[in-house]
Structure formats: C-alpha cells, structure tokens
Ligand binder design. Structure first.
Ligand code: ADP
Ligand code: MG
Length: 231
C-alpha cells in the first residue's frame, strides 16, 4: 500500500560550481499526494519536475523545507537512513532506462533485492515472478543490448517494483519511446497501480501520458501551478 507524500515549503538549489552559477530549481513547493494516488507532474523542460522526483525519492535532500513519506520526514534523515528508505520504499523509473549492461534481465530485476540482503534463491524466484508479470519471462537470460527500447523500459519497471515499494516514481518513462510502445508502458504502469496500490508520481510532457493520472500537478518555474483532474 502506498504512502502519503507531503512537501512543505520545499526549496532546492543546485550549488555553484567552478563552471556554473547556482540554480534555483525549486522556489517554494507545498504539495500533498494522497496515499495510493497516481499523480502526474506536467511542465516545461527545466521547470523542476526531475528535481521534485529526486527529493521525493530520497536521492537528494532539499535546501529548505520538509519532505514527508507517510510519517517519516525524509528530509531530516541522516544519509545512512536515507539510503535505507530509498532501497526499501522507493522504486524509480528513468527516461533512459538505466539498466546495468553487464547484468542479465533477471539480474537487473533482482538487483534491488540483493541490496536489501535477500538470499540469492529468493531474489531469483521473486525476479522471475515479476518478469512474468511484465511479460518478459522468456527474456530472463538476455542482456539489455538484446532488447528493444520498450522491453528495456519494462525491465526497468520490473526492477522498480520487485521489492514492492510504497512509492513508485517515473521520470518521463515514455520520453524515449515511440507512441505505441509508450502506450504499452503506460498500460503497464496503470496495471501496476491497480494491483500494488503504490503511490505513483510520474513526470511527463505528454498529454496522453498525463491522462493516465488521477491528479495532474502543473510545475512551472520551480513551483506548483494548478492541481487538477485530467480532462
Ligand atoms: P525538468 O525535469 O522539469 O526538466 P529539472 O528538475 O531537471 O527540470 O531542472 C530544474 C532546473 O535545475 C533547471 O534549470 C536545470 O537546469 C537545473 N538543474 C537540474 N539538475 C541540475 C544539476 N545537477 N546541477 C545544476 N543545475 C541543475
Ligand atoms: Mg526532467
């Protein structure tokens, strides 16, 4: 079951480096996503969608403000605890799949279970179960470079749900796929939502993708514009 996600007064700045000025990516975000909801972040490139997902996914900590997952204030956790939350409670799907090229499909999917210390045999059989669910049981022994883009994204989704996370985050998951393949990926995410009832937050540019959500959150210039139901 999903966790409620709550952001209060969240700001995020990327620090100045030798070659670049500091960037204010989020200028003030207050947002609640209900437990078990399927929310969509929409907004132009550079508006702060990925940054928001990284803060919710415990990949980064905000410069200011609070990020809550259920009753846990993840923005206040020390690094070690943050890693634990990330491994246990979060699944993350990226636009460019981010599979490990030297791992087989099965090894990619079971990898999060190894990080959680699950015994090999158990991890393997759980991965095979997930591969059946995503329609790739027959590709378990193949390697990422032997797959189509749509299949790679299915594997990435398998990896994101193998540990049954309470929060599933997807950053433009169809952004690198043709329309028909993208539709199948969205269908898979929708079916995962029906079955697992994780809280899903998906960033997208696509109206078709956004129509899958229950709530559409508009992100503009580092802050939240409107929050509405899909048309
Ligand atoms: P979106 O996902 O909506 O395209 P991002 O969250 O990636 O937006 O980016 C928001 C702003 O933060 C942009 O101006 C972007 O250039 C900047 N930004 C994103 N990541 C970094 C980073 N690692 N270092 C510096 N600036 C960044
Ligand atoms: Mg982005």
């Amino acid at each position: 079951m999903g966790l409620e996600i709550r952001l209060e007064g969240v700001r995020h700045e990327y620090e100045r480096t030798e070659d670049s000025a500091a960037v204010r990516a989020l200028t003030g975000v207050d947002l609640t996503v209900a437990a078990g909801a399927f929310a969509v972040l929409m907004g132009p490139s550079g508006s702060g969608k990925s940054t928001l997902l990284h803060l919710i996914g415990a990949i980064e900590r905000p410069t200011a403000g609070r990020v809550m997952l259920g009753s846990t204030e993840i923005s206040a956790l020390p690094e070690r605890e943050l890693t634990r939350v990330r491994r246990r409670s979060i699944g993350f799907v990226f636009q460019f799949f981010n599979l490990i090229p030297t791992f087989s499909v099965r090894e990619n999917v079971s990898f999060p279970l190894h990080l959680l210390g699950e015994p090999e045999e158990q991890a393997r059989s759980r991965a095979d179960q997930v591969l059946e669910q995503i329609g790739l049981g027959h590709r378990a022994g193949h390697y990422p470079n032997e797959l189509s883009g749509g299949e790679m994204q299915r594997v990435a989704i398998g990896r994101a749900i193998v540990h049954d996370p309470e929060v599933l985050l997807a950053d433009e998951p169809t952004g690198n796929l043709d329309t028909a393949t993208g539709e199948r990926i969205l269908e898979l995410l929708a079916s995962i939502h029906r079955i697992h009832r994780a809280t899903i937050v998906m960033a997208t540019h696509s109206d078709r993708a956004a129509a899958r959500g229950e709530t559409i959150i508009e992100v503009l210039d580092g802050t939240i514009g409107s929050v509405r139901s899909p048309a």
